[in-house]
Design a protein around this ligand. Structure first.
Ligand code: DX5
Ligand code: ZN
Length: 215
């Protein structure tokens, strides 16, 4: 069954503890870190992750939209991240590889994210290192954007790659996920769906999470 990862980027930050509690029927808590350099926006970072760790039992799914993630991955691991995903475009390949190795050395799941214009083949050099491939279905930086049409094809390509590798690697989709696009993602082979605005705007968030699972 597909896992649902509510993105707290769309939460009410004045009540973050209660907001996190309201999506506790999800499978993962998606945590978007933006540095204002890799993406044209700034969100939240280490102190907020540290504050949330004790208030939720959900695994923390950290999506680093930051340049040179190598400088930070261990600190996110040590503050309680369970999955740490870095962007393929955020540094030179050897430093991305080193970041993935350090995440795995901390016993956490390591992920690689690709922007809409980056081909799935960008994952190939990291065979054997990836526990998660995150396909961006919008340009990273903001919640509430529309799902891009090329995403299902990329999901299917990533699913084929993982089958070829024969490893346990999630295919996560992020951006513009709603009931209809969730169905397209599931059909294409996604195993994790991130949803921010769609879940946090819903009158009944638990029901919306259930509907995104499509069962
Ligand atoms: C965008 C973030 C997403 C964002 C998705 O850069 O990575 O995780 O929260 O928001 P929605 O679901 O509103 O598109
Ligand atoms: Zn994200």
């Amino acid at each position: 069954m597909v896992k649902i990862a509510p993105s707290i980027l769309s939460a009410d930050f004045t009540n973050l503890g209660r907001e996190v509690e309201s999506v506790s029927s999800g499978d993962l808590l998606h945590f978007d870190v933006m540095d204002g350099v890799f993406v044209p926006n700034i969100s939240f970072g280490l102190p907020v992750l540290k504050a949330l760790r004790p208030v939720t039992a959900l695994p923390l799914d950290v999506h680093l939209m930051i340049t040179r993630p190598l400088n930070f991955v261990e600190r996110f691991c040590d503050l309680g991240a369970d999955i740490v995903t870095v962007h393929a475009e955020a540094d030179e390949p050897d430093r991305i590889r080193e970041a993935l190795l350090r995440i795995k050395a901390r016993g956490k799941r390591a992920g690689l994210s690709i922007k809409p214009a980056t081909p799935v083949s960008a994952c190939e050099p990291y065979a054997g290192l990836l526990d998660n491939i995150l396909i961006m279905a919008v340009e990273p930086g903001f919640g509430g954007q529309s799902f891009m049409e090329n995403a299902p094809e990329k999901i299917a390509q990533a699913a084929a790659l993982v089958r070829r590798w024969g490893v346990d690697c999630d295919i996560e989709v992020d951006g513009g996920v709603n009931r209809e696009t969730a169905r397209l993602c599931r059909e294409a082979g996604a195993t994790v769906l991130v949803a921010g605005s769609h879940i946090f705007k819903a009158p009944d968030r638990a029901e919306e999470i259930r509907l995104l699972r499509g069962i």
